[in-house]
Structure formats: C-alpha cells, structure tokens
Design a protein around this ligand. Sequence first.
Ligand SMILES: N[C@@H](CCC(=O)N[C@@H](CS)C(=O)NCC(=O)O)C(=O)O
Length: 329
Amino acid sequence: MSDKYRIYGAEMSPYSVKIRSYFRYKSIPHQWLQRMQHDEDFKKYARLPIIPLVVTPEDEGIQDSTPIIEKLEKIYPDPSIHPEDPTLAFLSALIEEFGDEWGNKLLFHHRWYSETDQVASAHILARDVMPDADADTIGGLAEKIRNRMSGRGAFVGSSAETAPLISSYFDQLLEILEPHLENRLYLFGDRPAFADFGLGLQLYEMALDPTTAAIIRARTPNVLKWVYRMTEPRNDGPFEDWRSLQPTLEPLLRCAGTYFLPWSTANAAALENEEENFSVQLNGDEYAQSPQKYHARSLGVLKERYAAVADNSALEQVLENTGCLAYLQ
Ligand SMILES: N[C@@H](CCC(=O)N[C@@H](CS)C(=O)NCC(=O)O)C(=O)O
C-alpha cells in the first residue's frame, strides 16, 4: 500500500496523458510509471491489456479513462470538471466521448499512415520504453513496433479510401476549434471541463506527431496553446453560459452530429448484425470500415447519460439544432 495513486501509462498514449492531466488539475498525489518498464506490476493489477491503469492507495486497479475520472470526481469534487448547468454538463460529456472515440481515429490514422509518421512514432515509442538503450537496440525495437502498428490502422477505419476523408475531418475540427479558443482558455470557459480532458489530450498527441503537428503549428496557434495548457490545466475562472459559448461551440456539436454520431450509430448497428464491414454516408461521402467493438459500448453509455437528463427542453433544442438528438434517443 502506498499513499499515492500510481498511473501506469505512456507518453504517447492519449488516454494516459488525459488521466495524468486530471490528477495534476486536482492536485491528487500520484506517481507516473512507464507501463512497459513495470510489466510485472501492471499485469498484477490490470484486467485488460490497455493503458492507463490507475492503482489506488487502497491497492485497487482501475482502467478506462472515462470511469476512472468519474470515480475520482466523486472523491475529489473540487473544482468540479462539470458545469453546474445540466445542459452544459451533458454537452461537455458528449464532447468528451467525441474526443475519446472520434479524436482517437484522427490521431491513430495519421500516426500510423504515412512512412514519415510511422518511422518517427515507432522510434519515439521505442525510446519511451527503453530510454537508455543504444541506437541499434532502439532501431530494432522501432522496426518491430512499426511493423505491428502500421498493420493496425484498419482497427480505426484507416485505409487508402478513408485517408482523405479522415484528413478532412481533422482539418475541419481544427477550423472549428481555432476561433472558439480565441478568447477563452478552455472549451467551456476559463477552467477545464470533462470535454477538455477527452478532446484536448488527443489533440495534444496530434500536436507531437509529424504530419498533424505541422498542420496544428502552422495553422492553429490557439489550438496549440490549448493542448499544452491541457497538460497542466488550471482553474483560472468560471465556466461560461450557453449564450456566450453558443456562436463557436455549436459548430463543434454540429461536427459531432454530422460525423461522429452517425458513424458511431452505424458502427453499433453493424456489430449487432455481425457484419464484417459497414458503410455510412457522412456529409455526402461514403465512409466504409469494419466495425469497432469498444465504441458500441461507449455510445450506449452516452445514450444512458442522455436518458437521465432528457426532460430538459433547452438541451433538447441544442441537440436538435446540431443534428445530435436523433442519435441519442
Ligand atoms: N477506452 C480506454 C482506451 C484505452 C486505450 O485504448 N489505450 C491504448 C493506448 S492509447 C492501449 O492500451 N492499447 C493497447 C496496447 O497499446 O497494447 C480508455 O479511455 O482508457
């Protein structure tokens, strides 16, 4: 037993750095441990072979970044990451889910698609696992990582056919976020919300990978500042209200209603029907991939979250206006 939480993770894992940012925001005493360098401990506590793994001071292992945050939020409620207004609290949870699932597709595709990104990412990952190894050892490990990961793009729908579409989703997301972050520090005001942890840290990873970093750094300085801010987030002011957020936040919700929610809904239906592949029209373009298991579960959780607050006409109106409502009922 230790008096600190332990986070087993990796610098290149968006969900791991998301959790680390949350611990930093709440000033929760913790220790950051590179998962591969603590394999025995990791296996002792992890139920699933995924990171991050958090081990509590009571020696309990917990996984999956969204429930980890929800559990800790009950123990460390101040400052809350949920706006008091239930409409904003749900929208923040929706964007958190959008970040975790859709943001990750944008990250994973670009990280492992082009040769430059594959080679750079594999070397950085190898160096994270073996910081003191010589260049030959790193080169050998990087080659293995590259072979393994470059074959895995299909898991998130990355293919020659979807590549231009996924890149256009990335470009559109940046164009939406840049003006929203012009005059505020975080997505819902001057303190971080659940949404910032889900989306901000996926984009932080993209701000480190060659192709996406070049685009973010060249085109969207407000996004770049925000993602770095999200590595050490602070409570620098209140959450805003919907009126002040609406002009530039609505496009982000519309993006979720145009791409992420129809895709996630089609994915869940394909899993239910045991289809090997599915295709869905996203804003007039056909997008095809094989279904992803995990997403159906998290879409279900989001719908349950909506069902619990569905008697809220202000929220219903926002979701209707942004094309999200039909996918949540
Ligand atoms: N939904 C999970 C996703 C975690 C996840 O996919 N982690 C990746 C790394 S970013 C992982 O561990 N993949 C398996 C592997 O690397 O072997 C969460 O939010 O924590």
